[in-house]
Design a protein. Structure first.
Length: 263
């Protein structure tokens, strides 16, 4: 089972208030036009806003449950938005399409779900083949902070980290989320045990636990990966603001805007 298959509805609740980056991606989508490809589309945080602009977008994800959630959102919305979206269930490293795209997005840390160097390289090589000669590839990933990674509590699975309270209005269900995090500093793999204490409308309490693995990537690693796949980094900035000069201490997200190398 895909590690996100059992997280779709709760993940959507988690992401509801997280709108950072959407306006930036919309600006690029408007500038480049159709068609757009998003690798790792999740619950549709970008698919729906981009399609609402009248731009054709293809969303690829390996999680059947995530795509079913997006489909339900599309079905509940206007047909003029739905007609611009194509959903494809596929593992990202092996995804290839005969058509080419003016803009390819690997947004909101989706690249970090590729846990091996081989999968990272295959994904970027296929993106290079599917990108038009004047197209752009945009990837954003969290800025890994050395101080955080070195903290002892990140390596101890018995210490929960409170993440917040979620309420699903449709089902009248409340979720209290806590995480336990373990970091493998050697392999740069983070195991996040997402613990949801679920309070049902009848008062019944149920604990739901999901474990998600991600591989954190440093700036220099990402630049080397892109260059080895045939890309030039055209722009690099922090926190979804192309006018913000990169500052490691203030950066929570790194954005890489790449184009095909002419060399």
């Amino acid at each position: 089972m895909n590690q996100f298959d059992q997280l779709a509805s709760m993940y959507d609740l988690d992401m509801t208030d997280k709108t950072e980056g959407i306006s930036m991606y919309l600006d690029y989508a408007r500038a480049k036009g159709s068609p757009v490809l998003q690798l790792g589309c999740g619950v549709g945080r970008l698919l729906l806003p981009i399609a609402s602009e009248g731009i054709d977008i293809y969303g690829v994800d390996s999680s059947e449950a995530m795509l079913e959630f997006v489909q339900s959102e599309m079905d509940a919305g206007p047909d003029e938005v739905k007609q611009h979206i194509t959903l494809i269930e596929h593992e990202l490293p092996d995804f290839q399409q005969d058509m080419q795209f003016s803009l390819i997005l690997i947004a909101f840390n989706s690249f970090l779900n590729l846990l091996t160097r081989k999968d990272q390289q295959k994904t970027l090589a296929n993106a290079h083949r599917m990108l038009t000669d004047d197209g752009l590839l945009i990837i954003d990933i969290v800025t890994p902070k050395h101080s955080d990674l070195a903290r002892e509590w990140l390596r101890r699975k018995d210490i929960p980290i409170y993440r917040g309270l979620l309420y699903d209005e449709e089902t009248s269900t409340t979720y209290v989320r806590n995480d336990r995090v373990r970091v493998n500093l050697t392999d740069q793999i983070q195991d996040t045990e997402m613990i949801y204490d679920t309070v049902h409308p009848d008062g019944r309490i149920e604990k739901v636990v999901r474990i998600v693995q991600t591989k954190y990537v440093f700036r220099s690693e990402m630049e080397i990966l892109l260059e080895s796949a045939g890309f030039n980094v055209r722009n690099f900035f922090s926190n979804y603001d192309s006018h913000q000069e990169y500052n490691y201490d203030d950066s929570f997200a790194m954005v890489f805007v790449a184009e095909k190398s002419t060399n």
